[in-house]
Design a protein around this ligand. Structure first.
Ligand SMILES: *Cc1c(COP(=O)(O)O)cnc(C)c1O
Length: 355
């Protein structure tokens, strides 16, 4: 039986040859991956770049890049006979895990930091019917608990410490090389738990080995200033930032992130919440792209480097990791609405507009 009408889409179909699949792996899909890569003429000049391309990972089925890795992790969990999965999450991992668990008919347990998850992400975990545990602590503590719980109980861990997550997420690098005909000179990406920068670097290295790219990009990771353990070189006990998806003080893939930085000749730097929100507003107002705050960190970093005169042309890709609808509260706080009351007649609307 086919799982999708027409030509099946999704990471497991498109990228089977680079993923750890067997004949027994269920070909799960919600249509993830194959996301748009659009040029940002409005912002490339502001950054001092010749070309800036935006990878719209917000277009994935649950609204973030997490779906690319989750589809692989959940398919492999089902293949191994798991009847339940678990993750710790700042919101998007749980939304994605819950969706794929629902699709497979298995249980999903999510551990989230109490009161810290954006409203849209919480709504997704609820809608997909996951069992939600609000832990009295931060993400890092929730992840420690999830690791121990899944070692002790017959439940599969689907955080990015699961290598199947990284394998799925590396497919975005292949899509970029395929679309541009080569790797870009720079890749700008937000860094939280650091699984994604690790996955992209793995993907770009494999693209070069397979002849899909002539060179590697310099990997430019950006953490929020209040949650920048890799930049500071030490854990942050109480990470703080408006960008809740990267509010992480002890990244699980710390080593992967520093390897990506060092092997590529790149950098991992901090951007302030103010800089993140400036990029967040610019993406919406100048490009029509409504992303969540964490997603704007890569563009914020490029704008900052551009202002400092540190970018001299070249081609960059910035990964827009998640959809703005996930965090309506930040949107309401950051944008002054232009709303005028009007009578429901032609004259009434004209009056309200001053026409
Ligand atoms: C998960 C997430 C990140 C951070 O990715 P890591 O792999 O944890 O570094 C950034 N932005 C969004 C929207 C996310 O959901």
């Amino acid at each position: 039986m086919s799982v999708a009408a027409g030509k099946p889409r999704g990471v497991l179909f498109r990228w089977a040859e680079i993923l750890p699949l067997t004949e027994k792996t269920p070909r799960l899909t919600l249509g993830e991956g194959d996301t748009p890569l659009v040029r940002s003429v409005a912002l490339e000049g502001l950054c001092g770049l010749d070309e800036l391309w935006l990878k719209l990972e917000s277009c994935n089925p649950t609204g973030s890049f997490k779906d690319r890795g989750m589809v692989v992790a959940v398919a492999k969990a089902v293949e191994s006979g798991a009847k339940a999965i678990m993750c710790a999450s700042t919101g998007n991992t749980s939304a994605s895990a819950a969706a794929y668990a629902a699709r497979c008919g298995i249980d999903c347990f999510v551990l989230v930091p109490g009161g810290k998850v954006a409203a849209g992400k919480m709504a997704q975990a609820v809608a997909f019917g996951s069992r939600i545990l609000e832990v009295e602590g931060n993400f890092d503590q929730a992840l420690n608990a999830a690791r121990e719980l899944t070692a002790k109980h017959p439940v599969a861990l689907v955080n990015s410490v699961n290598p199947n997550r990284i394998a799925g997420q590396k497919t975005a690098a292949f899509e970029i090389c395929e679309a541009l005909g080569d790797a870009p000179g720079l890749l700008a990406i937000p860094v939280g738990n650091a699984g994604n920068i690790t996955a992209y670097w793995q993907g770009f290295c494999e693209c070069a080995e397979r002849g899909l790219a002539n060179a590697h990009p310099r990997m430019m990771g950006f953490q929020a200033a209040g949650a920048a353990p890799i930049v500071l070189g030490e854990k942050v006990e109480r990470p703080q930032t408006v960008a809740s998806a990267i509010r992480i003080g002890n990244p699980a893939s710390w080593k992967g992130a520093t390897s990506a930085r060092d092997e590529s000749g790149g950098l991992i730097a901090a951007v302030t919440d103010e800089e993140i929100l400036e990029a967040y507003r610019l993406l919406a107002r100048r490009e029509g792209l409504f992303v969540e705050p964490a997603s704007a960190a890569g563009v914020a970093g490029l704008l900052k480097l551009g202002r400092e005169g540190r970018l001299r042309g070249g081609r960059a890709v910035a990964v827009l990791t998640g959809n703005g609808l996930k965090d309506p509260d930040t949107a309401a706080a950051q944008h002054t609405p232009d709303i005028t009351r009007a009578e429901a007649t032609v004259e009434g609307v004209e009056r309200a507009l001053g026409w």
